[in-house]
Design a protein around this ligand. Structure first.
Ligand SMILES: C[S@@+](CC[C@H](N)C(=O)[O-])C[C@H]1O[C@@H](n2cnc3c(N)ncnc32)[C@H](O)[C@@H]1O
Length: 290
């Protein structure tokens, strides 16, 4: 059992494997406010497992000590480290299946292309891109399947709240396991080079994606709307309903009226917003409601 300081606001002490009810509620409220993450109930094990390394990073004796410091100091560095430490950065190349990316190239792009034939410009945003597999999958799809866009100005912006995930995304370096999860084998020699026991995406691709930190709860103005294609997948599942509704409202204002929104396989707008409707041509996509 770890000793807690006598001035600790949480009276109950706890071991490394558990967390007091007031501390759990404190973290839950902090996550809701900072990143929209709805932790739910009874996920004490998750909080403890995720925050042990953060506690060590800030020289705290244990997770309880870390939470006390956040509570007392309200230090932004600590708050952001705790929020980021709780994010789930699970992702893979071509997540959702090849068919989804084929539909992007063969159904969504041609319509947008026709409508933008004079500007010859497409703006794509991968929000919550984690370690970068999603924006690189989009780029590889366009290179492979949309040669007609070769002399277009294609901007791909990819953002996430997690600097740790973004660092890997910017470097574009993946281990064998990450490569095997979804990347078609023929793409490997074409777009990656081996560095030690890892694979790095070609510089020419890396330079075509702009990565920066962005909190989905913050304004979308920094993304320089209007956006033509938005991938916002497997992140809203962690949001509480009111944050989702508000986010869809802001997203609609940031998208081109004929823009395409892609959500995760288990996500939908049903019962959350009427700001988006399913795309008539392909049910993988949503579009701003008319
Ligand atoms: C499960 S991953 C999804 C990655 C990718 N979109 C996919 O579908 O494979 C969720 C990502 O959302 C990010 N995230 C969570 N809350 C966020 C927020 N409020 N703003 C921006 N990114 C957030 C996490 O850091 C994490 O990398």
């Amino acid at each position: 059992m770890t000793e807690r300081p006598s001035n600790s606001p949480s009276s109950s002490s706890y071991s490394d494997a558990t967390i007091s009810a007031p501390d759990y509620e404190f973290v839950r409220t902090l996550l809701r406010k900072e990143i929209g993450f709805d932790l739910g109930i009874d996920r004490q094990y998750l909080v403890v497992n995720r925050l042990i390394p953060i506690a060590a990073m800030f020289d705290c004796r244990d997770v309880g000590h870390l939470i006390d410091r956040v509570r007392q100091s309200q230090d932004r560095r600590l708050i952001e480290a705790v929020a980021e430490g709780m994010t789930i950065n699970e992702t893979s190349f071509f997540r959702g299946g090849q068919k989804l990316f084929d539909n992007l190239a063969q159904v969504a792009v041609p319509v947008l292309q026709r409508a933008r034939s004079s500007q010859r410009r497409l703006r794509i945003w991968s929000g919550a891109c984690a370690t970068g597999q999603e924006p690189y999958s989009i780029l590889i799809t366009l290179l492979e399947q949309c040669p007609q866009l070769r002399d277009w100005n294609i901007e791909i912006v990819a953002t996430d709240i997690s600097e740790r995930a973004l660092e890997q995304a910017r470097n574009g370096v993946y281990n064998q396991f990450e490569i095997q999860r979804g990347l078609p084998i023929q793409m490997l020699p074409k777009y990656f080079t081996k560095t030690g026991d890892r694979w790095q995406i070609a510089d020419t691709l890396r330079r075509r994606v702009t990565f920066h930190r962005h909190n989905l709860l913050d304004s979308f103005l920094r993304l320089a709307p209007p956006l033509d294609i938005v991938f916002l997948r497997n992140v809203l599942i962690y949001f509480e309903p009111s944050s989702k509704t508000e986010l869809f409202q802001r997203l609609r204002q940031s998208m081109a009226p004929d823009g395409i929104l892609v959500l995760g396989e288990t996500e939908s707008t049903l019962g959350i917003t009427t700001d988006f409707q399913l795309n008539n041509a392909c049910r993988d996509f949503y579009q701003p409601a008319i």
